[in-house]
Design a protein around this ligand. Structure first.
Ligand SMILES: *[C@@H]1O[C@H](CO)[C@@H](O)[C@H](O)[C@H]1NC(C)=O
Ligand SMILES: *[C@@H]1O[C@H](CO)[C@@H](O)[C@H](O)[C@H]1NC(C)=O
Ligand SMILES: *[C@@H]1O[C@H](CO)[C@@H](O)[C@H](O)[C@H]1NC(C)=O
Ligand SMILES: *[C@@H]1O[C@H](CO)[C@@H](O)[C@H](O)[C@H]1NC(C)=O
Ligand SMILES: *[C@@H]1O[C@H](CO)[C@@H](O)[C@H](O)[C@H]1NC(C)=O
Ligand SMILES: *[C@@H]1O[C@H](CO)[C@@H](O)[C@H](O)[C@H]1NC(C)=O
Length: 579
């Protein structure tokens, strides 16, 4: 069945629901789950109706308990084609970001201000001032320092600064710059004794884009993908499956090992809600080993931990990009650029600066860019050349020699027409996630490396990424992973018998289940549809002066989950034929 969309609602009702689009998305998602499960297990319909009202339902029990399949893999996730014509129809070539100005008069270089030679040549003896930009009392404020004159080579006092320059003939330049300022205490943090003999001791660099399925990554980031997989030997997790809807539902399991409901209440407006500082963040564990930590994301108005949640009370990491984007996006961003630098490039440069400043110090860095990919299917292409250049810079500078590199996304597209197709819905559930290990890792931990390669063809989840981080911190050897646990380290061999039930992936998100087309609108489906519409009507009842009562327009598609051991081919067919 096709999920109800905003357009199903009357015109008058839409403004009311505009503020509740997110809620509506959640509700529509639930309808699909409900219908599918209802049809599959109609005897338990009542139970699922109840679950619908409290937003918690169970993943299918009994997956993997079918006939003996000694050799078969329990989770046969779909094998999708990135160039499926149906998907290519959503894909457009886009032109590169054009910043509107040729060059920045000022830039940063390993913790210092630099005045561009060519700007000096073009504009004469430039006079420049900076104002420091730092975090205010909360995640939602920045503090700006007084105006200070500086010259070429002066040190950055803080990571971020607004710079203003004047040329002798009255031309002006102003932008916001990011860098990594020199902080003696951070350089002094690491002592070799901090690494226990079981810590692997590699730097971690994780770079991600929001809402990018593995297929969309391949479609949009072709050059950097080829370089990453072919030249660098990156390993892409082909069975990586989300465990919930949205960015926090991916990043919290990765960074804390828990889901949002398992963590202390941090949602805005909820009783006893507190900021997220107390969550067991993985960067704190790295910090205990002497690592310098870095975290940053763009779209500060919708921060992963600030949009619905209260954000951080104190800065979570040693270097935190939030004040830069908060000030930059509000006052300096033009045509996706800060001055002459596209915002994604600025973020990559900030990652680069971390590696320059702490060349020989252990570091944990996580950068996550959303702007191009969050609501567009093709815009991410503009980052391909720069991502390639960043990877090449890291490799040529030998920064990857002691670094575990992770390129990733949180989930596939949750919006846009791409989700009208079955493949689009599957892509939503299968984001891009990949690892690249340096030679020194492969030599020291050959079995762990071989296991990651094997596991790249097995069902894996964000919880596993967290366990893998823990295993980097305290390596507990290889061997076979205990799949009775929700998350397992990728350094251990994951048995083929692992199912969504083991990994605690709800049926709605589980791509190991087959989605069979159901042709007949039978009594059970009719009942399910009425129940869903009734539920939706009860939600909008209080707004009856604005909202027309909903009624069924048309049913365009009904699918039912079955599984868990259906052939992969079947998936391909239904993905190609969907309506
Ligand atoms: C949700 O509903 C089920 C079925 O009634 C119930 O067992 C469960 O405790 C409820 N969960 C919450 C969080 O209210
Ligand atoms: C299934 O596997 C178990 C354990 O390997 C074995 O004991 C049992 O006989 C098998 N059943 C069938 C029907 O092959
Ligand atoms: C780590 O050191 C302890 C004590 O020095 C030793 O007992 C243990 O076997 C070592 N572990 C590894 C993995 O080398
Ligand atoms: C950058 O500056 C820091 C601090 O002065 C220094 O330790 C480091 O070696 C420099 N990096 C490079 C690549 O020159
Ligand atoms: C690693 O092991 C040490 C020593 O047993 C322990 O204190 C620490 O909490 C462990 N770290 C993690 C992240 O599990
Ligand atoms: C209802 O949906 C079916 C299947 O997509 C389609 O063939 C039919 O034309 C639709 N009817 C209306 C009235 O939209």
């Amino acid at each position: 069945m096709r999920c109800l969309s905003l357009y199903t609602l009357s015109r008058a009702c839409r403004p009311f629901l505009k503020h509740q689009v997110l809620m509506l998305f959640i509700v529509t998602a639930i309808i699909c789950i409900y219908l599918n499960i209802f049809h599959l297990r109609h005897k338990h319909a009542k139970k699922y109706v109840l679950s619908l009202s409290n937003y918690s339902w169970q993943w299918l029990k009994g997956s993997g308990q079918g006939p003996n399949q000694t050799d078969a893999q329990a989770c046969m996730y779909p094998v999708l084609d990135p160039y499926n014509p149906k998907m290519m129809a959503y894909f457009k070539k886009v032109s590169p970001v054009k910043c509107g100005i040729g060059e920045n008069w000022v830039y940063t270089e390993n913790g210092t201000f630099r005045i561009s030679k060519s700007a000096s040549k073009n504009y004469g003896d430039i006079g420049c001032f900076y104002r420091t930009v730092t975090r205010g009392k909360t995640d939602f404020e920045v503090q700006k320092g007084p105006r200070v004159r500086f010259k070429d080579g002066d040190p950055l006092k803080t990571d971020f600064a607004i710079v203003q320059c004047l040329s002798p003939n009255g031309k002006k330049f102003e932008t916001i710059l990011s860098g990594i300022s020199y902080q003696p205490d951070l350089h002094a943090r690491y002592k070799p004794s901090m690494l226990s003999n079981s810590s692997m001791g590699f730097n971690v660099l994780m770079f991600g884009f929001d809402s990018v399925s593995r297929m969309t990554w391949i479609r949009n980031l072709k050059k950097s993908y080829d370089y990453f997989t072919k030249e660098l030997g990156g390993i892409v997790l082909e069975g990586y499956n989300i465990v919930g809807d949205g960015t926090p539902q991916a990043l919290l399991p990765i960074l804390t090992g828990f889901t949002e409901p398992e963590l202390p209440e941090a949602r805005r407006g909820k009783p006893n809600a507190k900021q997220v500082d107390g969550f067991p963040w993985i960067w704190n564990e790295f910090k205990k080993l002497g690592y310098v930590t870095q975290w940053g994301e763009d779209m500060s108005g919708a921060g992963t931990f600030q949009y619905r949640m209260l954000g951080f009370k104190e800065t979570p990491t040693d270097h935190n990009l939030r004040p830069f984007f908060l000030e930059g996006e509000n006052n300096y961003e033009k045509s996706n650029c800060f001055g002459a630098i596209p915002t994604h490039k600025n973020m990559m440069n900030w990652g680069r600066d971390m590696f320059l400043m702490y060349k020989d110090k252990p570091k944990f860095s996580y950068l996550f860019h959303s702007k191009y990919s969050h609501g567009h299917t093709s815009q991410l292409q503009v980052a391909d050349d720069d991502l390639l250049e960043f990877l090449q810079w890291l490799e040529k500078g030998r920064y990857l020699d002691d670094t575990i590199l992770i390129l990733m996304a949180d989930h596939g597209a949750r919006f846009t027409f791409i989700r009208d197709s079955v493949q689009g819905k599957l892509e939503e559930r299968m984001p891009f996630f990949s690892f690249r290990f340096p030679k020194s890792f492969i030599e020291k931990y050959p079995k762990a490396y071989a296991n990651v390669k094997k596991n790249s063809k097995i069902l894996t989840t964000p919880f596993d990424i967290h366990e893998t981080f823990i295993d980097m911190i305290n390596h507990t050897g290889t061997g076979v992973a205990d799949i009775r646990r929700r998350g397992v380290s990728l350094f251990k061999e994951i048995p083929k018998s692992r199912t969504c039930a083991h990994a605690q992936i709800e049926a709605h998100w589980c791509t190991c289940l087959n989605w069979e087309k159901v042709d007949k609108v039978d009594e059970n489906v009719k009942k399910a549809i009425s129940a869903v519409i009734e539920k939706l009507n009860s939600i909008i009842e209080t707004q009856s002066h604005l909202c027309h009562e909903l009624e069924l327009g048309n049913v365009s598609q009904i699918v039912r989950y079955s599984g868990p051991n259906e052939a992969v081919l079947k998936f391909k067919q239904s993905a190609d034929n969907d309506g």
